[in-house]
Design a protein around this ligand. Structure first.
Ligand SMILES: C[S@@+](CC[C@H](N)C(=O)[O-])C[C@H]1O[C@@H](n2cnc3c(N)ncnc32)[C@H](O)[C@@H]1O
Length: 287
């Protein structure tokens, strides 16, 4: 594949990941992720409280699953700018927001993009802020885009021990595939913002006021044990290990079967409501 002329240097690895590896997977999973994270949207919208007429910057809008309800809340008199690295995800998102004049989607790296300054009332994100190579620089850039008095409300994953839907498959995957190659702590990824003190320190260093990072329980909505086991081999920490180790078909089938058994033992086979925990990141730009 020729080099992508838009690719930023700041987050080159994530640019490649979300354009070539994880982005196409999310596109394939599409409607399953929609139902799975419905309660996360409810929580995020309740905390962020977008108002009619407000201007919202959404970081890592992906397939527009949160962009759509944000757009509904701000109405035709408001605006949502959804920014994302991933061309395949934005292509789906663009179809979903067609006809909504209050939505603009932008392919850019939120860490470095020159957003309009002091413009937005609200910066919101569902699972889109844990992938920055330089999180302090990214949040300082985001802060500059907020108007004085504006607010941030983002959802990230809490610790893996608070998220058995990941902890259980990862334990099985580690037994089958061995440990991942060593990485520095807090390498960009889904669990990079699991330490609340660390996240607080990032927003403090980026210049935010009234920074609060709080743990929040939610339910994820699965369908069946078989689909949970398949999902665990595609995304999250166990999915990342599978992508790194590239097991053969027989090993993958054995891994999926054992993940299914472990999840059945933990849930009694009912995955319609899986208890999970988020870190909710809230802050203000006072001046
Ligand atoms: C886990 S997905 C979440 C997508 C969507 N918000 C959702 O909840 O369905 C993370 C998203 O963040 C985007 N992303 C990661 N790093 C980014 C960056 N530096 N700037 C903009 N988007 C980024 C990815 O392309 C991806 O779409």
């Amino acid at each position: 594949m020729p080099p992508d002329p838009l690719a930023p240097e700041a987050n080159a690895a994530q640019w490649k990941n979300w354009n070539e590896i994880s982005g196409p997977k999310w596109v394939r999973l599409g409607s399953r992720m929609e139902a799975r994270f419905g309660d996360v949207n409810e929580l995020l919208l309740a905390r962020a409280a977008p108002q009619p007429g407000e201007h919202v910057l959404e970081i890592g809008c992906g397939l527009a699953s949160t962009t759509l309800p944000l757009a509904e809340r701000v109405g035709a008199g408001g605006h949502v700018l959804g920014v994302d690295l991933s061309e395949p995800m934005l292509a789906v998102a663009q179809e979903r927001v067609a006809g909504l004049t209050q939505v603009t989607l932008l392919r850019a790296d939120a860490q470095v993009h020159a957003f309009p300054q002091e413009h937005f009332d609200l910066v919101a994100s569902r699972f889109g802020v844990m992938f920055f190579a330089d999180p302090v620089a990214a949040f300082a850039n985001i802060r500059r885009a907020l108007r004085p008095g504006g607010r941030v409300c983002c959802a990230a994953w809490a610790d893996i021990a608070d998220n058995p839907h990941w902890e259980i498959p990862l334990a099985v995957a580690l037994r089958h595939l061995g440990p991942p190659k060593p990485r520095p702590p807090r390498t960009p990824g889904p669990l990079a913002f699991s330490d609340r003190d660390y996240v607080r320190s990032i927003l403090d260093a980026a210049g935010f006021d009234a920074v609060a990072v709080t743990i929040a329980p939610v339910f994820l909505h699965g369908t069946s044990i078989a689909e949970e086991a398949e999902l665990a081999c595609l995304i999250g920490p166990s999915g990342a290990l599978v992508a790194e180790k590239r097991p053969d078909a027989a090993t993958l089938a054995a891994l999926q079967a054992e993940i299914a058994a472990a999840l059945t033992a933990a849930t009694g086979g009912n995955v319609l409501r899986l208890a999970a925990r988020l870190n909710m990141i809230e802050a203000l730009r006072r001046h």
